[in-house]
Ligand binder design. Structure first.
Ligand code: FMN
Length: 251
């Protein structure tokens, strides 16, 4: 157990306040995209510190903070973890490509959103092991597994992604670890009560990224009655929309 007093002093960042940013809170919130293409630029340690400081300010039940972040940058350990999860990424993406028919329908047109998404994913998976930073957000279970337990770790993950955006970096949350979880747990010697909640890659975005596209607000926000759009739930001017949405067939 690290005592709070033991963490003081030592590293020069101890004297560095969190760096200010030019991105306002709401601006950052409504412009944060899933970033899957990175330059090979490393994240400075101050940026890492500030991002993880923001991430770990997230709320959790009774302020227990059961989230832990395992960070991998460079070196043999990091390379092994990145390459292992890259294998999982390839398997998961290949299966999704076939299952979701990325090559058929509008996907046959290289300019379509579907084909562009497939190209982005192909590049992401191909270069996965080269991502500047890989993060495994974990949850230290303190009670039996429960469907709502993710609520103790995902707010911190979103804080992390928003903070990265604020400092000019970007990332994406994935579930690519799932395919190789047993090997990963063994490699990392994770305690039994610790579960891997996600795999997040981070880096400096390469190329441009369009606006966040979602379904119209009225489809997503109801008032008083299930399915009844709130009258005030109208999108502001110049909102971009997506055709993506939940599967129409119930599980
Ligand atoms: C719970 C969750 C799981 C996700 N899993 C993956 C994944 O396995 N692979 C991936 O490339 N992106 C994954 N994403 C990223 C989403 O695909 C992305 O946020 C979504 O398509 C919206 O993209 P945008 O934020 O750029 O608009 C995941 C996001 C969330 C929140």
């Amino acid at each position: 157990m690290v005592d709070a007093d033991d963490t003081e002093g030592g590293h020069p960042l101890h004297d560095a306040p969190v760096a200010p940013t030019d991105v306002g809170l709401i601006d950052g919130l409504v412009t944060t995209r899933a970033i899957r293409r990175y330059t090979d630029e490393h994240l400075p340690e101050q940026v890492l510190r500030d991002i993880f400081f923001a991430a770990t300010r997230a709320p959790s039940g009774s302020n227990r903070q059961p989230f832990r972040f395992l960070v991998f940058r460079h070196g043999p350990r990091a390379d092994a973890v990145k390459q292992l999860i890259a294998r999982g990424a390839r398997a998961i993406w290949d299966a999704k490509f076939t299952q979701d028919g990325y090559a058929s329908g509008s996907g046959a047109d290289a300019a379509s959103p579907k084909a562009r998404m497939a190209a982005t994913m192909e590049h992401y998976v191909d270069s996965f092991a080269a991502a500047p930073v890989l993060v495994l957000p974990c949850l230290n279970r303190y009670r039996a597994p429960d469907p709502s337990e993710g609520s103790n770790v995902y707010p911190a993950c979103q804080n992390l992604l928003l903070a990265a955006r604020a400092y000019g970096y970007g990332g994406v949350m994935t579930m690519f670890h799932k395919e190789v979880e047993a090997d990963l747990r063994a490699l990392l010697d994770l305690p039994d009560a610790t579960t891997i909640a996600a795999t997040i890659t981070l880096g400096r975005p390469a190329g441009g990224h369009g606006p966040v596209r979602r379904r119209p607000l009225g489809e997503l926000v109801y008032e008083d009655e299930w399915g009844a759009a709130a009258g005030w739930a109208v999108d502001p001017p110049a909102t971009a929309f997506t055709a993506a949405g939940p599967p129409t067939v119930a599980p």
